[in-house]
Ligand binder design. Structure first.
Ligand code: AHR
Length: 519
């Protein structure tokens, strides 16, 4: 027996274009993310392309990574870009004061990072140093990357092998400046932002600038941070293109225990449902952020949201490298988070998972010359078809898998968690109107769902394909002995008789349906 659910996709109710950058990545000099997750050097026995791990480059290309954020994270507000350009053997080592106090050899610097982006086919997204840096240093970096004429830093770039400007479009003015990015208060940070942004936009008016937002609660930063930043920026909103927010699904806040989410592989059904229910907290924070942005921009500027760090962070995450195994549960979480971002396509225009390799919500785990692809990776692969489509409204009727719950410490006393429904969905239509993409997660830990899918407001559903990711248990994961325990399988979907497609979604599974729309 399976429970029943229905999805009615309303093609004539657009929710905004899904920016490809919503499926973005993030690599920081943290733990084993950059070294050796991305960079092993040309002389390494690990198969590489110009020093970059071949397997990781190929994996990123396959998933069509649109954008990669670097150098941090906390490392960004401590990073001095000039130490990472020029002959590698002459670059100074720099103690990484965050995440383990290792030494960054600076082998992977600006030119290596930008080469990595171009090998993968991704846009670069650089994070500037506000905490220990100056507008002068930021401007010099922008000049190095983008200046087309003959200048000191453009010549330096040419001497380092790249006469053509890189044209880096996305720049954030600091990272988590309420904490590791300098312990600013919101007013001081906003004043710094105004100062940096003025000069950056004068140097290159084409850049898109990302301001630091915050959706957590005190004492890490002011709980009204976004409001106070935007209030201080009133009159200057033209300088802000995106507001960045970070959301970690953290299980460590109940000290001494496994927390509400358990460990990375050691968790119960209850932990699993708690985690998925917490996606509602992220939704609540996104709504609040939209209200603040809309209020202060007052119709003069359409500022986007960049969720430029997000992931689950469990109580047993290996510190300080932030290494975590990645189970089917991470796949279920990524599916729910992307469904949410798709539904908020109008405002959520970028996201970057923390992080891409060997850290937290990772896509790839590396050991020696081997790389394992995680369930999170497979979900990125399955959701690629949404990129640049128009998100459309989907009316969902589903059984509940978890009743409302009281507020957790991180959500604040202001709200409780609503019921968690088994079926979580987003839908989009291709630019030519000929393809419907529906991604659905059956979040139930123990029951299959008989799903009836229909389309209204434009065309008729024809056949297509289904890609399904599941496993015998939610704790299933891929490791170096079993790299293929959780891999997607493909199925053909026949054109439904009578216009309604019936699909059986296995318990704890994610499905991507790519269907033709017949006019
Ligand atoms: O992504 C891991 C760390 O988490 C980053 O350095 C920091 O920005 C965040 O707090």
């Amino acid at each position: 027996m399976a429970a029943k659910a229905t999805i009615t996709v309303r093609a004539d109710h657009p929710l905004g274009k899904i920016d490809r950058n919503v499926y973005g990545q993030f690599v920081e000099n943290l733990g084993e993310c950059v070294y050796p997750g991305v960079w092993v050097g040309e002389s390494s026995s690990v198969p590489n392309i110009e020093g970059f791990r071949r397997d990781v480059v190929e994996a990123f290309k396959d998933v069509k990574v649109p954008i990669i954020r670097w150098p941090g994270g906390c490392y960004a507000d401590y990073y001095h870009w000039q130490e990472g350009v020029g002959p590698r053997e002459q670059r100074p080592g720099r103690v990484n004061i965050w995440w383990g106090r290792g030494v960054d050899t600076n082998e992977f610097g600006t030119d290596e990072y930008l080469r990595f982006c171009s090998l993968v086919g991704a846009e670069p997204y650089l994070c500037l140093n506000v905490g220990t840096g100056t507008p002068e240093e930021a401007l010099a970096w922008l000049e190095y990357c983008n200046y087309e004429g003959d200048s000191t830093y453009a010549r330096m770039r040419a001497d380092n092998g790249h006469p053509e400007p890189y044209g880096v479009k996305y720049w954030s003015v600091g990272n988590e400046n309420y904490a590791c990015g300098g312990n600013f208060d919101p007013v001081d940070y906003a004043r710094q932002y105004r100062r940096f942004a003025l000069y950056l936009k004068r140097m290159d008016p084409a850049v898109k600038l990302i301001a630091c937002g915050f959706i957590g609660s005190a004492p890490l930063g002011a709980s009204d941070w976004n409001l106070r930043v935007m209030e201080t920026l009133e009159g200057y909103v033209g300088l802000v293109d995106y507001l960045s927010i970070h959301y970690f699904f953290r299980g460590s806040e109940v000290r001494g225990g496994a927390g509400p989410f358990g460990g990375a592989t050691d968790f119960t059904d209850e932990h699993y449902l708690n985690l998925l229910a917490d996606v509602q907290t992220l939704e609540h924070k996104i709504k609040q952020t939209i209200e603040v942005l809309d209020f202060f921009s007052n119709g003069t500027k359409d500022i986007g949201i960049a969720v430029d760090e997000w992931a689950a962070w469990y109580s047993d995450t290996r510190m300080p490298a932030l290494y975590q195994q990645n189970t089917l549960r991470e796949g279920m979480l990524a599916a729910a988070v992307f469904n949410l971002f798709n539904r908020y396509a109008k405002k959520v225009r970028m996201s970057n998972i923390a992080q891409s390799v060997n850290v937290l919500g990772t896509l790839c785990l590396t050991r020696g010359d081997r790389t394992v692809l995680t369930p999170t990776y497979h979900v990125y692969h399955m959701y690629r078809s949404h990129m640049e489509n128009t998100a459309v409204y989907a009316d969902v009727d589903s059984p509940i898998v978890r009743d409302p719950a009281p507020a957790r410490p991180s959500t604040g006393p202001e709200r409780e968690i609503s019921p968690l429904y088994a079926l979580d969905v987003s839908a989009s239509v291709s630019g030519d109107g000929g393809t419907l993409v529906v991604t659905l997660a059956n979040q139930s830990p123990d029951e299959d769902l008989e799903v009836e899918l229909s389309l209204t407001g434009g065309g008729e559903l024809a056949g297509g394909s289904a890609t399904v990711l599941t496993a015998d248990k939610i704790q299933a994961h891929n490791d170096f002995d079993h790299p293929d325990d959780v891999v997607p399988r493909g199925e053909t979907v026949n054109a439904p008789a009578g216009g309604t497609l019936t699909y059986r979604a296995p318990r704890h599974s994610i499905t991507s349906l790519v269907l033709e729309i017949r006019r």
